[in-house]
Design a protein. Structure first.
Length: 277
């Protein structure tokens, strides 16, 4: 094999791809015309030169692939956004909703309107719950004392105290329990909704009575009880929210204070709603 053949065969890959200079390409072409061995080794054919049409077609194909990829990425991005929004909304909704079991608990109580039931299902906004917690801060004194003790402990007139606590005064320990029992209780806020000068609070509270005269054993007939109740409120001119009515769930029984007040009077008809005077 001639030395020239070695050079041409080294240049053939570039020649077939039209990547040689004009002078080098002419040299290779002239050699192939005279050397049958080199022409046979590479088929004697060269690839046709790339035209502008070929380049445009290639670019169009690449652009089509790029558009397809962009569409897929856009679709995947929107799917991810939709899923994220759905999860956030679901979590938010779950945080703002009470258990559906509460609605089942009050289903037999006819005193509750549809609006009342929806107020129980939705917990309410942050500002509503903050207002409700300020109302709950004043509840403990009526739970822990009989009515006369509340009047004596507060530096206010009886009329002012009655108006201040409103229907909450019905939670006072009745006289029949005076010196006989120790009452423990808890109260939980379920939902709160305030609008203008009116509001609604759903609360769940439980209590137990213990007999002080018998080593704090559970007081006869007054075991641990949990109640769900609706508090209806009105806003005073000074901005104070006052509980004006308490509507209790009949399915869960009556509040202990009202029950024993009726019991002490010999009245067997139990009131399920309490109104402030």
């Amino acid at each position: 094999m001639k030395h020239e053949c070695h050079i041409v065969r080294d240049l053939m890959p570039l020649y077939t791809e039209h990547m040689l200079s004009d002078e080098s390409a002419a040299f290779v072409k002239a050699h192939l015309e005279t050397c049958e061995e080199c022409r046979g080794a590479y088929g004697g054919e060269e690839k046709p030169p790339v035209t502008e049409a070929d380049t445009a077609q290639q670019r169009a194909g690449e652009a089509g692939v790029l558009r397809t990829l962009k569409k897929k990425l856009r679709k995947q991005t929107w799917c991810a956004i939709i899923i994220t929004v759905a999860v956030v909304l679901l979590v938010t909704l779950m945080l703002r909703l009470n258990s559906i079991d509460y609605l089942a608990d009050i289903s037999a109580t006819k005193e509750y309107t549809l609006s009342d039931r929806m107020a129980l299902l939705f917990k309410g906004g942050i500002s509503d719950r903050a207002t409700a917690l300020s109302v709950l801060n004043s509840v403990h004194i009526v739970f822990e004392n009989k009515e006369e003790d509340v009047y004596s402990k507060m530096a206010m007139s009886r009329e002012e105290i009655s108006y201040y606590f409103g229907a909450l005064m019905n939670y006072c320990v009745p006289e029949v329990f005076d010196g006989e029992i120790l009452t423990t209780y808890h109260i939980d806020l379920l939902s709160a909704h305030f609008d203008g000068s009116s509001g609604k609070m759903w609360v769940k509270y439980g209590y137990s009575h213990f007999d002080k005269t018998h080593d704090l054993r559970q007081y006869d007939g007054t075991g641990a009880i949990d109640h769900i109740a609706l508090w209806k409120l009105e806003k005073r001119d000074d901005g104070y929210w006052r509980v004006v009515e308490i509507v209790n769930n009949m399915e869960l029984g009556c509040i202990y204070s009202e029950w024993y007040k009726d019991y002490a009077r010999g009245d067997t008809e139990l009131n399920m709603s309490w109104y402030a005077d």
